[in-house]
Design a protein. Structure first.
Length: 135
């Protein structure tokens, strides 16, 4: 009887933890106000910088978010959460600072790119490229 109680408790806890993990990815991504207000120090119209941003996007983002940013990359099917549609008005309405924060910190299936993309300028260049994907 004691073993059954322990097994039941372990199963209950495991289900509870998995539920919270799923909830983490499906709820709104809260970005601190200070991050939302961050200003992009790069020139979004610089063609050579946009080319660098596109190259970085292809290397780090495309496998999940897709070539056009529709959230349809080859790895997207493996992910639990919504990959987002970078071309949508809702996505594009986010501030550059909010996008920078999300790229840097990650959440759930979205890895933190703080170490993979250690240069802040590279993250800003990716954001500039993402801005070209709007509808």
């Amino acid at each position: 009887m004691k073993n059954q109680v322990l097994i039941f408790t372990a199963i209950f806890l495991a289900i509870g933890l998995l539920s919270f993990k799923q909830l983490d990815q499906s709820t709104e991504w809260v970005v601190p106000e200070s991050a939302k207000k961050m200003k992009n120090p790069t020139d979004p119209s610089n063609k050579s910088d946009l080319a660098v941003g596109k190259t970085l996007f292809s290397k780090y983002c495309q496998s999940c978010h897709g070539k056009e940013g529709y959230g349809d990359g080859p790895k997207a099917k493996e992910m639990k959460g919504d990959m987002g549609d970078f071309s949508s008005k809702e996505f594009q309405a986010q501030s550059d600072g909010a996008l920078f924060y999300k790229i840097k910190t990650g959440r759930g299936d979205m890895a933190s790119f703080e170490k993979k993309i250690p240069d802040d300028e590279d993250r800003w260049l990716i954001i500039n490229y993402i801005r070209t994907l709007k509808q």
